[in-house]
Design a protein around this ligand. Structure first.
Ligand code: SF4
Length: 79
């Protein structure tokens, strides 16, 4: 399931959603909703296997997002 190239931060959709491959680099002035500890791995939309480095996200068809990444569409996964 984990196939496809890594999503580039410069991808137009990625830029529109403020995607960064490392949540440590989220622009907090632009995205004040960001909370420390949020990342793709604990986002409900992340389709990567538990513990994976990267995985698909339906918002970026055909690409993989970094487990440590983040974007403005983040929704916390409830377990
Ligand atoms: Fe990562 Fe979730 Fe944004 Fe997809 S929607 S890029 S999994 S934070």
């Amino acid at each position: 399931m984990a196939t496809g190239p890594m999503l580039d931060e410069g991808d137009p959709t990625a830029m529109a959603l403020g995607y960064v491959a490392s949540a440590a680099r989220v622009d907090k002035s632009k995205y004040p909703n960001f909370v420390e500890g949020q990342n793709c791995a604990n986002c409900v939309l992340y389709l990567g296997a538990a513990g994976s480095e990267a995985g698909p996200c339906p918002l970026f068809a055909g690409k993989q997002v970094a487990a440590q990444g983040w974007c403005a569409s983040y929704v916390r996964k409830t377990t």
